[in-house]
Design a protein around this ligand. Structure first.
Ligand code: GLN
Length: 544
């Protein structure tokens, strides 16, 4: 039978429940268990697709086209397996389902209530992934913090489920904070005690406490936490601040989180975890041999979560190249023709980020022009690729009015325009071109060399596309459409001739980069950045 682990959070938000859940999953996977993670978010939006990055960070997209919480990105990057629509559920989706059923008459005249109808639907969704015995362990992360009004139905659903499937099949891990008071030079356990008490008022007792802390937890303190929070002593896990999220699985292994979890779930320990690939990656990450500076051009660069998957993909690619990637954030809104040279100085590569709407768009175009003319390695993702086409049309093809019809619906030169199928769409949520699509690559392209294949699958999230009427004009001028969807002929990749590395992609390669499988495009991009760096510093590889 599938076992269920729940990860709740206490004291404050942002303690890293997603990373703890992903780390435990990684350790169980390394011991030979099949496992997956799902996230329940207590907000009323049906999915985060319509949420502004200022509200919710990046929107992550799965193979099957679900717009999800960015924690699913961590799950995939850690586990190297795909998640799906079923792995992310919001309160909005739960209510939508229950209300639709009510409209169908499925409740036969009964009053529809939070308990039992909403909690029943939560339980159904929790069990869904384990239904066909596809997984030995399903880990469910409950978003929010214990004590939030909106989290209550979830806590109640877990309480009921635990009673229904039995204690030995259910494990509650509570992630909490042990603050260090500098003035008193002391670690404080009281917030954790209160948080656990709050949970127990709702009938749920944690089995394991993972304690985020800046200072090591000494033995007596662990004992005190165990005593007052009613858990066994070995179930108080220290989670010291880590230098990288990728160090957390090994920290959790050192603290035996996997062993204690398996024991409490009444499961055999399995084989000794083999994390050799992971450790090799960490080694390369921690001890790089060189460094490159990549300019990240976007309008949300001040938010560390807005371009999460891109930043992680750069980390993976950096490690693969044994090279530290320093990201220089360049806010596209403040980039102008006048200051572009100064702001882009000394970059080894330029990445123009995805996005929507016109804020900061001219800054992106100026940055692209700079990278093109100065032959700096360039990667444009989604909106970044679209603006690369606009820049080329304006400055090389002699079309000063060229634009995307997203920003200027009346332009006479709409080199980027809305996809046919999108024109009839009126609803905003979940209606973009989403998820994985096939793309065929030209045999002689840089992209096909990088991928080592002429057929690839990549994930999308957009409404606009390159306007195929301009294909010939671009091609004649050296900007080549080298990737096409075989069914619709949509252009998915643009490459510039006579440039060391200039690639624009309509899809989002960053979603598919994992620790064990860094994305080839990012790996090649950082390699090109290294070459650019070496050539700038007068180091010629040809000498060796
Ligand atoms: N706004 C553009 C579109 O909808 C690009 C989207 C993106 O960068 N994800 O096509």
């Amino acid at each position: 039978m599938t076992k269920y682990v729940f990860v709740t959070g206490g004291v404050t938000s942002s303690l890293g429940k997603g990373i703890i859940a992903a780390s435990l999953a990684k350790l169980l996977q390394a011991r030979g268990y099949t496992t997956t993670i799902q996230k329940f978010d207590p907000y009323i939006n049906v999915d985060p697709g319509t949420l502004n990055p200022y509200e919710h960070g990046e929107c992550y997209v799965t193979e099957d086209g679900a717009e999800t919480d960015l924690d699913l990105g961590h799950y995939e990057r850690f586990l190297n397996t795909y998640t799906s629509q079923a792995n992310n559920v919001t309160t909005g989706r739960i209510y939508q389902h229950v209300i639709n059923k009510e409209r169908e008459g499925a409740y036969l005249g009964r009053t529809v209530q939070v308990i039992p109808h909403i909690t029943d639907e939560i339980k159904r969704r929790i069990l869904l992934l384990g239904e066909n015995n596809n997984y030995d362990v399903v880990i469910t992360e409950l978003g929010g913090t214990v004590g939030d009004i909106e989290s209550l139905p979830y806590i109640e659903a877990v309480r009921q489920l635990k009673w229904e499937i039995g204690n030995e099949n259910c494990l509650i891990i509570h992630l909490t904070l042990i603050p260090y008071l500098k003035a008193a030079k002391e670690l404080k356990t009281k917030p954790t005690q209160h948080s656990v008490k709050l949970m127990s008022e709702h009938g749920l007792n944690p089995d394991i406490l993972v304690c985020r802390t800046e200072e090591p937890l000494y033995k007596e303190l662990k004992k005190k936490i165990a005593l007052f929070c009613n858990v066994t002593q070995d179930a108080v896990i220290e989670a010291l601040d880590a230098d990288t999220i990728y160090g957390v699985p090994l920290e959790m292994m050192r603290e035996k989180l996997d062993i204690i979890s398996l024991k409490k779930l009444d499961l055999p320990l399995g084989k000794e975890p083999d994390l050799s690939v992971w450790k090799e990656f960490l080694n390369k990450l921690r001890y790089p041999k060189s460094k490159v500076v990549v300019g990240l051009i976007g309008k949300y660069v001040e938010l560390q979560d807005a371009y999460k998957s891109i930043l992680e993909a750069l980390i993976h690619a950096g490690a693969m190249n044994e090279c530290k990637v320093e990201v220089r954030n360049i806010h596209s809104e403040y980039l102008t023709k006048e200051n572009v040279n100064e702001k882009m100085q000394n970059l080894d590569a330029v990445l123009v980020a995805p996005g929507f709407g016109s804020r900061g768009i001219e800054g992106k175009i100026d940055a692209i022009k700079y990278a093109r003319e100065n032959k700096i390695p360039f990667l444009g993702i989604c909106l970044g690729m679209q603006m690369a086409c606009v820049e080329y049309a304006r400055n090389v093809l002699g079309m000063p009015e060229a634009h995307s019809t997203e920003m200027n619906p009346n332009t006479v030169s709409g080199v980027i325009c809305m996809m046919e199928e999108q024109k009839a769409v009126t609803q905003k949520g979940g209606t973009m071109r989403l998820g994985s699509y096939e793309c065929n690559l030209a045999q002689d392209s840089l992209a096909s060399t990088i991928y080592g294949s002429t057929t690839i699958f990549e994930r999308h999230r957009h409404r606009y596309e390159f306007n195929n009427n301009y294909q010939e004009a671009f091609e004649d001028a050296g900007m080549i459409p080298v990737g096409k969807n075989p069914k619709t002929n949509l252009i998915e990749i643009m490459e510039l001739k006579n440039h060391p590395f200039y690639i624009g992609v309509q899809f989002h390669p960053e979603y598919k980069s994992t620790v064990e499988n860094p994305h080839p495009l990012f790996v090649a991009f950082i390699k090109a950045a290294k070459e650019e760096h070496d050539s700038k510093s007068g180091f010629s590889q040809r000498l060796f």
